[in-house]
Design a protein around this ligand. Structure first.
Ligand SMILES: Cc1cc2nc3c(=O)[nH]c(=O)nc-3n(C[C@H](O)[C@H](O)[C@H](O)COP(=O)(O)O)c2cc1C
Length: 168
């Protein structure tokens, strides 16, 4: 058994959380994992917010369309990218996935909530008093799971190919 791939394969989006807080040491380690994500030209063009205050969580939740469950999360990570960095979106998505997988390794559930392309992105920047050179890429509400819903995944054979797609 491979611990790393098992953690990745066991991850499912969690939108229902127990009220149990996520430990500071877990949050710190998760942030370290975000920091280690790959970035184009090693620019690391990001800023990551950690929100635990209930009132702020509720305000963020209210701004979103499909993230109302943020209000009941123990913690929400907010990943912002420097809009002038050419690959900020890819870089911040790599950090986002690192955060999600690191949380999973501690048994903490989370869900990627869209930031980039959403009309509420600038409002989250304002609410959290983030400098304007940053734009919101993702929100990651997290907590110990109260409920997990499994989504069906496409079969591997239908989404992969080796060498060339067309044979011969
Ligand atoms: C870019 C992106 C944006 C997403 N935005 C939302 C969102 O706004 N609200 C939500 O509940 N889930 C959101 N999700 C989570 C997806 O709905 C979820 O990953 C998908 O249904 C597959 O389920 P799984 O994560 O359990 O494999 C988003 C995922 C990604 C990658």
């Amino acid at each position: 058994m491979n611990v790393g791939t098992t953690i990745i394969k066991c991850r499912h989006s969690v939108r229902s959380f127990k009220p149990t807080p996520v430990e500071d040491q877990v949050i710190r380690d998760v942030l370290e994992c975000a920091r280690q994500a790959p970035t184009a030209m090693n620019k690391q063009p990001w800023l990551i917010g950690v929100i635990r205050e209930q009132a702020l969580l509720k305000q963020i939740a209210d701004l979103t369309d499909h993230g109302k469950f943020i209000a009941d999360a123990a913690v929400c990570f907010a990943v912002f990218g420097e809009r002038d960095a050419k690959y900020y979106l890819e870089d911040c998505c790599a950090a986002t996935e690192n955060i999600i997988i690191a949380l999973q390794s501690y048994g903490v559930g989370s869900c990627w909530v869209a930031g980039e392309k959403k009309p509420y992105a600038p409002e989250v920047v304002n609410l959290l008093k983030v400098p304007e050179k940053y734009t919101l890429v993702s929100l990651i509400p997290a907590g110990y799971p109260a409920d997990i819903v499994l989504q069906k995944k496409k079969d591997l054979d239908t989404i992969t190919f080796f060498e060339t797609f067309e044979q011969g």
